[in-house]
Design a protein around this ligand. Structure first.
Ligand code: ADP
Length: 272
């Protein structure tokens, strides 16, 4: 009786009341339009690499991009961009560090006194840090923010899913993994959280011989297309194994790496 459908201001405990949102408020001085989570089943498949490539590719298209490094215990984003400074803050918030081409980055490695110090923190502290990257960092007019999620479906991944307003997730796999199982887990988690899946990126898909130009499937066929179809999604990029690329990442010049592998992913992101 007299229901206004405004659950926030209503005190009655009716059955159809919407559960309280766990979503966190962005810092008052920030502006972030789209938030994309990048997930993987396990470490080492290239999730951080693909996160960086997506941010670089969208930045080249003229969008202001940012990376929130939620992989707190394995932060590799600052190194890939050659960022070795410390982030500074004021009473108003912490400022992200900008890369050479203007991508905003926040990572625990930009806050540690020594970037080689390990992060030996318990789950709730790590989750709290990720939340603060959203609430306490001043993100300046960002069109696309990419969240480098910790691998798997653990505590911190759950925090990101519940606390940040994700517009979609991208699943990164590599042919060595049990791809079908990994994709199914990620798809189910996204469904539980009501977050759309934008597509799958297969990393280390093949190796192109620099001499004969032939493509070799080093880890064998992954049947990624069939897997994607089975779970109602699509493959939006296939990234080859490229030693040149690993070198760029190691020496902090990932922004100089040029490849058309991300073109389809870029088009999908533009459509959100
Ligand atoms: P994750 O974030 O999944 O743990 P990373 O993105 O840190 O994985 O990648 C692990 C390592 O593999 C890094 O040293 C990176 O440079 C290398 N790497 C990732 N993708 C490729 C690729 N396509 N070709 C060559 N090296 C790659």
């Amino acid at each position: 009786m007299g229901c206004t459908h405004d659950c926030e201001s209503c005190s009655s405990a009716c059955a159809s009341k919407e559960p309280e949102s766990l979503k966190l408020k962005l810092n008052e001085m920030s502006s972030v339009k789209k938030v994309i989570g990048v997930v993987s089943g396990k470490g080492g498949v290239g999730k951080s690499t693909i996160t960086s490539m997506l941010a670089v590719a969208m930045n080249r298209e003229g969008y202001k991009t940012a990376i929130l490094d939620a992989d707190v215990t394995g932060p590799s984003i600052p190194k890939a961009f050659g960022l070795h400074v410390r982030a500074v803050g004021s009473d108003l918030g912490i400022l992200p560090v900008e890369t050479t081409t203007g991508i905003e980055v926040m990572s625990v490695n930009l806050l540690l006194e020594n970037e080689t110090d390990p992060v030996v923190w318990r789950g709730p502290v790590i989750s709290g840090t990720v939340k603060q990257f959203w609430t306490d960092v001043i993100w300046n007019d960002v069109d696309y923010m990419f969240v480098d999620m910790p691998p798997g479906t653990g505590d911190v991944a759950l925090t990101v899913f519940q606390s940040l307003p994700l517009d979609g997730i991208i699943i990164v796999t590599s042919p060595q993994e049990l791809v079908s199982m990994i994709v199914e887990k990620a798809v189910k988690m996204a469904e539980m959280m009501n977050i759309p899946i934008l597509g799958i990126v297969e990393n280390m898909s093949y190796f192109k011989c620099p001499e004969c130009g032939k493509e070799h499937k080093i880890f064998g066929e992954s049947n990624i297309e069939q897997t994607a179809e089975k779970f109602g999604t699509k493959v939006i990029a296939k990234m080859p194994i490229d030693p040149e690329f690993a070198k760029c990442e190691d020496n902090g010049s990932i922004e100089l790496y040029v490849s058309d592998c991300m073109d389809e992913a870029v088009e999908s992101l533009k459509k959100i």
